[in-house]
Design a protein around this ligand. Structure first.
Ligand code: G3P
Ligand code: CA
Length: 242
């Protein structure tokens, strides 16, 4: 059965990358979450997609220029006019310890090469005993390889915007267990062949009914969607199949 990961939480209906969006994804019945991390000036791992706080919060500027205590004053739920801070990764982990969700952490270190990000994230994964429930992904494949080199026990998965030739060869070469492609970048045939070669495939960001159906139909490992409720409803139709 294809697992459903809630992209930035249940972001179709709640402010992305907030504890509310994560909790609502769990309530909806998602199998896992996808979230993005950046690093503050004083080295706190925080859950926010962009390098800057401008789009999703009431503040302005780069995450890397904020002290954590100042970043916490910003509202990450400004659309609903309800105060909700940018979560620290530790807060999300504390809550993850109360459930069984899987969690895909995307290291947002492609534009800003945050020094020590991998070590910090990995140290927290160990502290909260979440090794078996976390997948580290990134568009920065050097960071994926580095993460594996310091913590081979934690699953890694490179992100791709475009298709590559024989993705299972590359994925195995960098010792990753999975691949997270843009949903339109891999044909059914290549997804099936990659899975047959022992590599998990979790395409992002799958929101249209036709695309969700396509991936459930081929029994893709997982998919990453903004709308876990919609995805779960469609998956039900496939569960009834003989
Ligand atoms: O992890 C998949 C997806 O989240 C990558 O793109 O921009 O939504 O972080 P983006
Ligand atoms: Ca992401």
């Amino acid at each position: 059965m294809t697992q459903i990961f809630a992209h930035r939480g249940y972001s179709a209906s709640y402010a992305e990358n907030t504890l509310t969006a994560f909790k609502e994804a769990e309530k909806a019945g998602a199998d896992g979450l996808e979230l993005d991390v950046q690093l503050t000036k004083d080295g706190e791992i925080v859950v926010i997609h962009d390098e800057k706080v401008d789009r999703t919060t009431t503040g302005k500027g780069f995450v890397k220029d904020f002290l954590y205590k100042d970043l916490r004053k910003l509202n990450a739920n400004k659309k609903n006019n309800k105060m909700e801070p940018i979560p620290a990764l530790t807060e999300v982990f504390e809550w993850l310890c109360t459930n069984n969700l899987l969690c895909n952490i995307e290291l947002k270190n492609g534009l800003i090469p945050y020094k020590g990000m991998e070590e910090k994230v990995i140290q927290l994964i160990h502290k909260y005993k979440l090794v078996d429930r976390i997948i580290i992904s990134s568009f920065n494949h050097y960071s994926i390889v580095y993460s594996y080199s310091i913590a081979p026990e934690i699953e890694t998965a490179p992100l791709f915007l475009e298709g590559i030739y024989m993705p299972w060869v590359y994925t195995k070469a960098i010792r990753a267990k999975g691949i997270h492609p843009k949903y339109s970048a891999m044909s059914d045939e290549i997804i099936i062949k990659t899975i047959e070669n022992g590599i998990a495939v979790r395409p992002y960001t799958v929101n249209k009914e036709v695309d969700l159906q396509r991936l459930f139909n081929i029994n893709c490992t997982a998919l990453i969607t903004d709308d876990p409720v919609k995805a779960l409803k469609i998956r039900k139709q496939f569960e009834k199949r003989p």
